[in-house]
Design a protein around this ligand. Sequence first.
Ligand SMILES: [Fe+2]
Ligand SMILES: [Fe+2]
Length: 160
Amino acid sequence: MQISKAMSDLMNAQIGNELGASNQYLQLSAYFDGQALKKLAELFKKQAEEEREHAMKFFDHLNEVGAPVNIPAIAAPKYDVASAEEAFKMAVDWEKEVTRQIYAMVDLSITEKDYASQNFLQWFVAEQVEEVSSMENYLAVVQRAGEKNLLMLEAYFSHQ
Ligand SMILES: [Fe+2]
Ligand SMILES: [Fe+2]
């Protein structure tokens, strides 16, 4: 295998983290669907698909470098969401957490002079900047609109 055991462990854990994010976003999609907020439901469903693609990038990469794939147990998502604001706050926190996880792998790649992993991880570094930024923007819009004006958000997100 072309990567260290430590790197392979982190990348396998990340498959679980990305799938966990995917499940959490699916759960949020169901929450908004239950509120008859179809555009918000769609937004999180699309986000869930993206997180699954992220998991697949790690899956494919581990196979490519000849490292073992061990998909970890995935914790259940949080089911109780009290408001749209809480949903978006959770999403922002989650994206920041994923950024820390990606940075931990980049740190290891630098320590190990593992330039191939470093190169692979750069895509995720850029992706996380975008993900944190868009979720923070959405949260700001949700907070400005307020819970009573969620229908305005539907209009807003239909133009996104
Ligand atoms: Fe992701
Ligand atoms: Fe994400």
